[in-house]
Ligand binder design. Structure first.
Ligand code: TXA
Ligand code: MG
Length: 320
C-alpha cells in the first residue's frame, strides 16, 4: 500500500466508507480514525497502534445530535461544558448508548466523546453519516504526532490515507473530564487549561494518577515517550553539570547560556507563552530524540494554566 497524503476530504471519506483507518488532523494532535459502527475498522486501529484492547478510544462528532446518538443520561454540567468548549480540546466521559461497541469503550459502560476544532475534520465529519473513533496517531506509548509527516514516519505505508491539515494548533491532547455521581473530575490534563474548566464547574478534582488501574490509560505513568533518556528537573544547570561527559540536549522555556556538552538546545517559547510552548512540545521532543543524544534534559514550567498540562506530559515522558 502507498499512503496518500492530501487535504482531500472526499478521498478521506472514501477510505473511511470502505472501512479503513485514516489519519485525521485535529487542533490537539493527529488521530487515527475509523467508522465507529464498523468493528473490523475499529480493530485495525488497535492493530496499527499496537494498543492493548483495554485502552478505550475517543469518539469524534460534529453535532449535538450525534452526542445524543452516542451518550445517555448526560449530566447538565456536561452540556454546559460542551456548549462552552466545543468544538475544542475537551473530551467528556459519558454513559454510553447501548449500541456503541465494547471495542471502542474497552467494555466500560462509558464512552469518551469530543467535537474537534479543525476545519477539515469538522467538514469531513459532516460529510459522513457515522462518527469517527480516533486515538492519537502514534504507536502505543510513543509521542503523539502534531503534523502529517510524523504520522507517515510512524506508519509508513500501512495507512491508505493521511488527511493533511498542517500543524496542529494546540499540540497536546484534549483534557478529559468524567463524572462521579454527577460531579466532574479531570481524568487527563490537556490542551484545555484546568482553570478554564473551573470557570464552569468550580474547583475540580484531578483523578489520582497513582492508581494502579487508571480510569483513563492516558494516565499510565509512562506515556508520550522519546526513546532517548529524558530527565526533567527544576534546575537545569545542576543537571547539566551532573551529566557532564555525555551528549546532552536541552528542552527549556528560556534561552540558557551555552554550556559544555550541550549539543542541541530547544526553547519552547520565545516570550513565556504557554500556548506556544504546548504547541512546540512534542515536535521538539521528537527532534531531540532523533539527534543521537545520550540524554535529554528538560525543565519543568510554572504550574499554572497549560503549565500543569505540559509538566504532566514531561513527567510521563520521563517515567522509567
Ligand atoms: O486530543 C485528543 O484527545 C486526541 C485527538 C486525536 O482527539 N485523542 C487522544 O486519544 O488523545 P487517545 O486514545 O490517545 O487518548 C484517549 C484517552 C485514553 O487515555 C483513554 O483511556 C481515555 O481517553 N478514554 C477513552 N474513553 C474512555 C472511557 N470511557 N473512560 C475513561 N477513559 C477513557
Ligand atoms: Mg494517545
Amino acid at each position: 500500500m502507498i499512503t496518500n497524503i492530501s487535504d482531500g476530504i472526499g478521498q478521506a471519506a472514501h477510505f473511511l466508507k470502505l472501512g479503513q483507518a485514516v489519519a485525521i488532523p485535529t487542533e490537539t494532535v493527529y488521530g487515527l480514525a475509523a467508522n465507529i459502527y464498523n468493528e473490523s475498522a475499529i480493530r485495525s486501529i488497535f492493530e496499527l497502534k499496537q494498543r492493548p484492547l483495554n485502552n478505550p478510544l475517543i469518539v469524534h462528532i460534529h453535532s449535538f445530535d450525534q452526542l445524543n446518538e452516542i451518550a445517555v443520561n448526560i449530566p447538565e454540567v456536561a452540556y454546559q461544558l460542551a456548549r462552552k468548549f466545543w468544538p475544542g480540546p475537551l473530551t467528556l466521559i459519558l454513559e454510553k448508548q447501548q449500541d456503541i461497541s465494547d471495542l471502542i469503550t474497552a467494555n466500560k459502560p462509558t464512552v469518551g466523546i469530543r467535537m474537534p476544532n479543525h476545519p477539515l475534520t469538522l467538514e469531513l465529519l459532516k460529510s459522513l453519516d457515522f462518527p469517527l473513533a480516533a486515538p492519537s496517531a502514534n504507536p502505543f506509548k510513543r509521542i503523539s504526532p502534531t503534523n502529517p509527516e510524523r504520522v507517515f514516519e510512524y506508519f509508513e505505508n500501512k495507512l491508505s490515507f493521511i488527511l493533511d491539515g498542517g500543524e496542529c494548533q494546540s499540540g497536546i491532547e484534549s483534557t478529559i473530564v468524567g463524572f462521579r455521581e454527577g460531579n466532574p473530575v479531570i481524568y487527563r490534563l490537556g490542551a484545555l487549561a484546568k482553570e478554564k474548566i473551573e470557570e464552569i464547574t468550580g474547583t475540580i478534582e484531578i483523578a489520582n494518577t497513582e492508581n494502579k488501574a487508571p480510569v483513563a490509560p492516558g494516565m499510565l505513568d509512562k506515556h508520550y515517550s522519546p526513546r532517548t533518556e529524558l530527565i526533567v528537573t527544576e534546575n537545569i544547570e545542576q543537571e547539566v553539570h551532573k551529566n557532564r561527559g555525555r551528549k546532552i540536549g536541552l528542552l527549556s522555556f528560556h534561552p540558557l547560556p551555552s554550556q559544555e556538552n550541550v549539543v542541541l538546545q530547544k526553547f519552547l517559547t520565545e516570550n513565556s507563552d504557554l500556548e506556544e510552548a504546548a504547541h512546540n512540545l512534542y515536535e521538539y521532543l521528537q527532534e531531540l530524540d532523533e539527534s543521537n543524544l545520550d540524554v535529554i534534559i528538560a525543565e519543568f514550567i510554572q504550574e499554572k494554566g497549560l503549565g500543569d498540562s505540559i509538566n504532566d506530559r514531561l513527567k510521563r515522558a520521563s517515567h522509567k
